[in-house]
Design a binder for this molecule. Structure first.
Ligand SMILES: *Cc1c(COP(=O)(O)O)cnc(C)c1O
Length: 378
């Protein structure tokens, strides 16, 4: 008999909040105010307080938070943005959408995040920003990134879409660079009931400009100072997020406890040299949006777990420099070996907060069964 384990199950998080969430939705419906208004203002205040960042701008998605950050900084055709080749597509996609060129530098294989050592040689007079990603919920090594950026006189945009509540040297991510870009996509640690995102900054002038660009550069109505877009969050999503946000700390604690349990279970299974577990450097707090392991025969392991009803995912199978839509950038295979290897070896295991101990035991039991078997035949 096998224990089925989905990669993510949101029912356990939803059920205890169901009545409160439905009441919040009803409140918005009864008000018939769906665009901006009091729910958005309240969410922005609450998120700024929760994150410890001065300004929070509610937007339509994490992707739009990135786009709005780049537009607010007036990054455009001919400019370059230094970033990682190993992330969700939106990171590099946003750069190309404003007409700029993403310049990739390889990752630190231990953390999956941009390797600060490689940034300086990639800078040119056209570099207008550095865009680190806090992948899987672990902060990038931000001090050296911020140091390089300030010497070059350029801003840092943090892609914190997967890292809400993560810290770097006790500071919240998203508030260290000029901008933090968060996503409330349902699979993120704080998920909306659809698309939603947040742009954060400690700079008042920058926040004001971002708010203007969020609604077509319009102030007052039908007077347009800048060409912006429609990057607004729905009031319905804001109302739902206001119910969920107070629980984020407890949900994060549950994910971290599950990560600890995996560490113990993998340790007991004696798989030390065959599987690499995620690291958490001492100066950072990981929020485990994903628990990503590495192993040589990743595809074989994934097939084995699929067949036994254990959900996994490959984040991400193709690094940016090998994506067909970025062929025009002129990168070649072999150019970023650490990112390429991570794409070939990494596998995300279930880590959501409501996961039961028995389910985690089943996951590790099946990983061990596969790895011991493949050790016996190799
Ligand atoms: C999810 C994600 C985004 C985009 O967020 P959406 O809300 O889905 O648009 C951007 N960057 C990273 C690293 C992400 O994981």
């Amino acid at each position: 008999m096998t224990t089925k384990v989905p990669l993510l199950d949101l029912q356990g998080q939803y059920r205890p909040l169901r009545d409160e969430i439905l009441a919040a939705i009803a409140r918005v419906c009864d008000s018939q105010r769906f665009i901006m208004g009091p729910e958005i203002a309240a969410l922005e205040d609450e998120m700024a307080r929760l994150l410890g960042i001065r300004h929070a701008v509610a937007v339509s998605s994490g992707t739009d938070a990135l786009l709005l950050a780049l537009m607010t900084l007036e990054i455009k055709t001919g400019d370059e943005v230094v970033t990682t080749p190993y992330s969700f597509f939106a990171t590099a996609g946003a750069v190309v959408r404003v007409g700029a060129r993403p310049v990739f530098v390889d990752i630190d294989p231990a953390t999956f995040n941009i390797d600060p050592e490689r940034i300086r040689p990639a800078l040119t007079p056209r570099t207008k920003a550095i865009l680190p990603v806090h992948l899987f919920g672990l902060s990038a090594d931000l001090d050296p990134v911020a140091d390089i950026a300030s010497r070059a006189g350029i801003p840092v945009i943090e892609d914190a879409a997967q890292a809400i509540g993560a810290t770097y040297k006790a500071r919240p991510v998203g508030g260290i660079g000029t901008f933090g870009c968060f996503s409330f996509f349902p699979t993120k640690n704080l998920g909306a009931f659809g698309d939603a995102g947040l742009l954060t900054t400690n700079d008042e002038g920058i926040a004001k400009r971002a708010r203007l660009l969020r609604t077509h550069g319009m102030e007052p109505r039908y007077y347009h100072h800048l060409v912006g877009g429609n990057f607004r969050m729905d009031a319905l999503q804001a109302a739902i997020l206001r119910v969920k946000a107070p629980h984020l700390a407890a949900w994060t604690a549950a994910r971290r406890a599950n990560a600890e349990r995996y560490r113990t279970l993998f340790g007991d299974a004696g798989l030390g040299d065959r599987v690499t577990l995620p690291v958490e450097p001492q100066d950072r707090r990981h929020i485990f949006n994903q628990f990503v392991i590495r192993t040589a025969d990743r595809d074989g392991l994934k097939r084995h777990l699929d067949e036994r009803g254990i959900g996994t995912e490959i984040y991400y199978p193709v690094p940016f420099h090998l994506q067909p839509c970025f062929a025009h950038l002129g990168y070649r295979r072999g150019e970023f070996p650490h990112a390429e290897r991570a794409a070939a070896e990494s596998l995300a295991l279930p880590i959501y907060g409501e996961l039961a101990a028995a389910q985690q035991e089943a996951v590790v039991g099946e990983v061990a069964a596969f790895l011991h078997r493949s050790a016996a035949v190799s």
